[in-house]
Design a protein around this ligand. Structure first.
Ligand SMILES: *Cc1c(COP(=O)(O)O)cnc(C)c1O
Length: 253
C-alpha cells in the first residue's frame, strides 16, 4: 500500500470519526429540544436548531450538511465569508450572521446572509438595508435580508443589543426598509442573571413586538447551556455551538 493511500485512509477515518461524533451530538440535542418542547407543551417543529459553527472548519459544516443540517450560524464576518466561499457547492444552505457586525462589513455579509440576528442600531440597520438592496440589484441574493433585532437587558455595549425602550423604534425602521424583512428578536441573557428571568422578559418584549409586527415571529434565544429555559419561554431558534461541535479552541463573544 502506498503512503498516499494510507494517508487517504487516515483522512477518511478521521471524517468517519467526526461524523459519528457530530451525529451523536445532533441526536442528543434533538432529544433535549424534544423533551423541552414536551414539558412546555410545544410542538417540536416550532423550535429550530441552528448549529453555530464558528471556530470550526468548513469540513465540519460539510459533515453536518450530509447529516441533514441546512442552516448554520457564524459570528465573525471574515471567517464566515471564507467558509461560505469554500462551501459554495453545498445546496440549499442558509447562513445566519449571529455575531456583532460592523457597518462597513454590511455589503459583504449581504452577499451571503439569509438572516442577521445581531442588528442593534438604526445605523447598522440602514447600512444593511443599502447593502441588501445593492446585492438584490446585482443578483447576489433573491430575498431581502431577514433581520432579528438583538435585544439587551444589560448596559454592556461589548455584548451588543438594543435597550428595550429603543426596540419599537428600531423594529419600525427595519420593517419599513425595502431591503430588510423584520423576522423577530434575538436575545442573549446578561451574564450573572438567572437565564429564566431574562428569557421571561424577552418573551414579554417579543409579545409586544408581535402586537405591532405580527410577522416578526422568530425568537432566537437559547444556547448550549440554557436552551431548555429558552424553549419554555417561547424560543423558536436555539443557537447551539459547544453542545454540538465540542469546546471551541478559543473563547469568544
Ligand atoms: C457562540 C454563540 C452561540 C453558541 O454558544 P454555545 O454556548 O457554544 O452553544 C450562540 N449565540 C451567539 C450569538 C454566539 O456567538
Amino acid at each position: 500500500m502506498s503512503g498516499h493511500i494510507e494517508s487517504e485512509t487516515v483522512a477518511a477515518e478521521a471524517v468517519d470519526g467526526r461524523t459519528a461524533e457530530l451525529a451523536a451530538n445532533l441526536a442528543e440535542l434533538n432529544k433535549r429540544i424534544g423533551a423541552a418542547c414536551h414539558s412546555a407543551g410545544r410542538d417540536p417543529a416550532s423550535v429550530r436548531l441552528l448549529p453555530v459553527t464558528k471556530f470550526f472548519p468548513a469540513s465540519d459544516i460539510a459533515i453536518l450538511h450530509r447529516l441533514g443540517c441546512q442552516e448554520f450560524g457564524e459570528s465573525r464576518e471574515q471567517e464566515a465569508t471564507a467558509k461560505v466561499a469554500d462551501l459554495s457547492e453545498l445546496s440549499n444552505v442558509r447562513w445566519h450572521m449571529i455575531g456583532r457586525l460592523q457597518r462597513n462589513k454590511a455589503r459583504i455579509v449581504a452577499r451571503w446572509a439569509h438572516a442577521v440576528h445581531s442588528v442593534d442600531s438604526e445605523r447598522l440597520a440602514m447600512a444593511l438595508d443599502g447593502a441588501s438592496r445593492a446585492a438584490l440589484d446585482a443578483g447576489e441574493r433573491i430575498d431581502p435580508v431577514r433581520v432579528l433585532v438583538q435585544i439587551s437587558l444589560d448596559e454592556d455595549p461589548g455584548r451588543g443589543g438594543v435597550a428595550p425602550e429603543e426596540l419599537a423604534a428600531l423594529a419600525d425602521r427595519v420593517a419599513a426598509a425595502p431591503g430588510l424583512r423584520l423576522a423577530g428578536l434575538m436575545a442573549i441573557p446578561p451574564l450573572g442573571v438567572n437565564p429564566a428571568v431574562a428569557f421571561a422578559r424577552f418573551a414579554g418584549l417579543h409579545a409586544r413586538l408581535l402586537a405591532d409586527h405580527p410577522g416578526a415571529l422568530e425568537l432566537s434565544a437559547g444556547m448550549s447551556g440554557d436552551l431548555e429555559s429558552a424553549i419554555e419561554h417561547g424560543s423558536t431558534c436555539v443557537r447551539v455551538g459547544t453542545a454540538l461541535m465540542g469546546a471551541r479552541p478559543i473563547t469568544s463573544a
